[in-house]
Design a protein around this ligand. Structure first.
Ligand SMILES: C[S@@+](CC[C@H](N)C(=O)[O-])C[C@H]1O[C@@H](n2cnc3c(N)ncnc32)[C@H](O)[C@@H]1O
Length: 414
């Protein structure tokens, strides 16, 4: 790839300012190169390859064990887990500009990968063929119509009647058209009890009876792998195989699981100095993560008021020996669900975005190119990567099966 093309490619993932910083020039120079107003010097080609873009994705791709698509992709937590099993992402859909920015900074796809926005605007026929469909569809308030079973049965695409207008409908219509070997859907645990269980049973009914998949569901707590209580419902389905069994999962016991200290900054100078949340030679967590007196007093007063009323609301103060409550997308507001104690003489602090990344099981190579507020939202919306990686490990033999039957549509009811 020539250097101009490489700059165009880098600009799909980074701002001119970020590229300029990495190359030690100013942003105007990047814009001039991009506009072909001047030619970059020869070193720029290597510098972009080495500093900005891992070679993977730029060069011919290594053969993949299976292909998948990443719907409601967020920052790619599901993708990270399935790539570890040798999967290759061929299509992504995410409409939030900031989530897209984080995603693009971490996954470097070649020209054969499509990065779509709003999935409701994508025709299912335009989605490429794939072996596995992944979707962490948003926990929007479901209003799945209570069409009676009798009514829906016997009609092709009855799911359209029951789920149209919800994002689950978009997942279902893509499964109906593309017939992947398998899917994995992820959602909050409350999906199971929503509307007295009717929403969940409609979803499972559609997947099983209308789309014809062998469906298994399980609530899994992230605490098996990370020091965070985070229960999520995982729904997996297989087009041909009935053999997938949750018994195959290896979930470490909670009491032997990691504690918060394992994800906190070491503050001993061993972590990357360029992380903006750290300062000084020792890499201390910068002071702006410590709660102001005003906020800390407010949170304590709020908790006391609710304690008096017999409610359990309030902040979650933790030390390195603890595990945390669930990190939410609202963490940026006051951080009250997870406050790290800094001893009796100092107010507690919030987790830094890097610590949030670790709390969700992302490794330290994961780039965070957005503001703290955006990053908190993104990690709070994401998945515990090692949970999904473990499910992916157990799914893999059924996905990679070489002799899996060709794509076929379910028999239409007579
Ligand atoms: C619960 S988050 C999924 C997070 C993801 N599993 C991860 O690991 O980061 C849901 C995502 O769906 C995106 N989203 C919501 N509606 C969408 C739509 N119509 N088209 C594409 N993306 C959408 C949101 O912006 C959000 O990032």
């Amino acid at each position: 790839m020539d250097t101009h093309a490489l700059i165009d490619y880098a600009l799909q993932r980074y701002s001119p300012r970020e590229i300029a910083m990495a190359l030690g020039v100013d942003a105007r120079t990047i814009r001039r190169w991009h506009a072909r107003e001047s030619d970059p010097p020869p070193y720029v080609n290597d510098a972009i390859r080495q500093r900005l873009l891992p070679l993977q994705g730029l060069e011919k791709d290594a053969p993949a064990d299976f292909t998948f698509i990443d719907l409601f992709a967020g920052i790619g937590g599901l993708r990270t887990a399935f790539e570890k099993q040798g999967g290759k992402c061929v299509f992504t859909s995410e409409w939030d500009a900031y989530a897209r920015k984080t995603y693009a900074a971490n996954f470097h796809d070649g020209p054969d990968h499509v990065f779509a926005g709003d999935i409701t605007a994508v025709h299912e026929k335009d989605v490429p063929d794939h072996d596995v469909l992944l979707a962490g569809f948003p926990c929007q308030p479901f209003s799945i119509a209570g069409v009676s079973k009798k009514n829906a049965l016997g009609r092709p695409h009855g799911f359209a009647d029951k789920t149209q207008g919800t994002l689950f409908f978009d997942v279902a219509r893509i499964i109906a058209e593309k017939r992947p070997k398998a899917f994995l859907l992820e959602n909050v645990k409350n999906l199971v009890s929503h509307d007295k269980g009717r929403t969940f049973s409609t979803i499972v009914d559609v997947l099983k009876n209308e789309l014809g998949y062998h469906v298994k569901t399980k609530v899994i707590n992230g605490k098996h792998f990370v020091p965070q209580h985070r229960e999520r419902i995982i729904i997996v389905g297989f087009r041909d195989s009935e053999e997938f069994d949750w018994q195959g999962l290896s979930l470490p016991a909670f009491d032997t699981g990691p504690k918060l200290a394992s994800i906190l900054h070491k503050q001993d100078g061993t972590e990357p100095a360029e992380w903006h949340c750290l300062e000084g030679k020792k890499g201390k967590v910068t002071a702006n993560y410590t709660l102001s007196d005003k906020l800390w007093e407010y949170l304590q007063g709020y908790a006391a008021k609710h304690r008096d009323k017999g409610n359990g609301f309030g902040f979650g103060l933790v030390t390195g020996k603890d595990t945390t409550r669930t990190l939410s997308a609202r963490y940026y507001k006051d951080g009250s669900e997870i406050l790290v104690s800094q001893g009796p003489k100092r107010n507690p602090r919030r987790l830094t975005p890097r610590e949030c990344a670790r709390l969700m099981g992302f490794d330290d190579n994961f780039r965070i190119p957005v503001s703290d507020t955006r990053a908190y939202k993104q990690f709070g919306n994401s998945v515990v990567v090692p949970v999904i990686a473990e499910v992916a490990r157990v799914m893999a033999p059924f996905i990679k099966e070489e002799n899996a039957a060709p794509r076929k549509r379910p028999k239409k009811a007579a």
